[in-house]
Design a protein around this ligand. Structure first.
Ligand SMILES: C[S@@+](CC[C@H](N)C(=O)[O-])C[C@H]1O[C@@H](n2cnc3c(N)ncnc32)[C@H](O)[C@@H]1O
Length: 293
């Protein structure tokens, strides 16, 4: 954690927060600079009306670094240490809200589509949770997939789950959730998660059969994607809302290219693609299919 730039690092041995409650040195210009760094590297647009939220999230990161003011933090981002700090900055500012079987109509639609996909000649199926946060979306997809596969073991069916936030990905890969979080899953779908006792009281682990289908990897959606083949199903939900229109357009264009013809793209409930993508056909609530050639 120790960057040499911690000019105002306070003594934390007393356990007191090293960050001054009011950062007099903080200027709007510094917050704007930090928001611009975030936008340039992640696509996440933080508007001025969210600057209190940005500031709160940065204060936690600054406390971990022992930096007292936003000016110090901005200086760190202007220094050669920027590349090292960037992942932690992005981890600090992401919004990770999610839930098991969130917008369940997508999982119902996936369940309907999978038998035909599994009956295809290739025996290969690739699903992608493209901003998986703490993993609930990916495990929900895995639960639906494992049920659809039943006893057929010959399929090469896998789910890739990615996110820019490396902290939240670690939690996702741990596959352990509190019973409170699990209790919010729809009662009829919850058994698909095949819960096992967790390592801590009040926690459960996701079923082994689900884990065997899943891989978690860090991926910034704005950067090149290291995939060779195409996906049959892509979930990219509740992340494009943070992006500006040109970024969203570039991303959807890349999703279209990354989808198998006939493949499905699910986006968030408040997102819409309009009629800008002739290759995509609306086939459900915020659900699209890539047209066959
Ligand atoms: C609100 S969560 C959505 C989680 C899940 N898809 C859902 O709908 O419940 C948004 C996620 O997008 C991720 N994210 C933001 N910008 C990203 C980027 N450029 N590349 C990859 N993931 C990103 C965040 O880290 C966060 O975990």
């Amino acid at each position: 954690l120790a960057y040499p730039l911690a000019r105002h690092a306070a003594d934390t041995s007393s356990g007191a927060s090293p960050v001054a409650p009011e950062d007099a040195a903080c200027t709007d210009a510094e917050l704007r600079f930090i928001a611009e760094v975030v936008r340039a590297h992640s696509g996440i647009v933080i508007r001025e009306n969210k600057s209190a939220m940005l500031r709160g999230r940065l204060l936690r990161r600054m406390a971990a670094l022992g930096l007292a003011t936003l000016r110090d933090y901005a200086a760190l981002l202007k220094s050669p240490h920027m590349a090292r700090e960037l992942p932690a900055l992005l981890n600090a500012v992401t919004t990770n809200h999610t839930a098991f079987f969130r917008e369940r109509h997508h999982f119902d639609q996936l369940a309907e589509a999978l038998p035909a996909m599994l009956a295809g000649p290739s025996r290969r199926l690739r699903l992608w949770s493209a901003a998986c946060s703490s993993g609930e979306e990916a495990y929900s997809m895995a639960g639906v997939l494992v049920r659809a596969m039943g006893t057929q073991r010959s399929h090469d069916a896998r789910i890739l789950a990615t996110d820019i936030d490396t902290d939240i990905l670690r939690r996702a890969a741990a596959a352990e959730y509190t019973t409170d979080v699990l209790a919010r899953a729809p009662a009829d779908l919850r058994p698909l998660l095949q819960e096992r006792p967790g390592s801590r009281a009040g926690h459960s682990l996701m079923g082994q059969a689900l884990l065997e289908r899943l891989r978690f990897e860090p991926l910034n959606l704005l950067e090149p994607w290291p995939f060779s083949g195409r996906f049959d199903v892509i979930f990219c939900r509740n992340v494009m809302i943070y992006f500006d229109q040109p970024t969203k357009h570039r991303l959807v264009t890349r999703f279209v290219e990354a989808l198998q013809p006939g493949g499905l793209l699910f986006i968030g409930h408040s997102e819409s693609l309009g009629s800008n993508y002739p290759e995509l056909q609306l086939v459900g609530r915020t659900a699209y299919r890539r047209r066959l050639p």
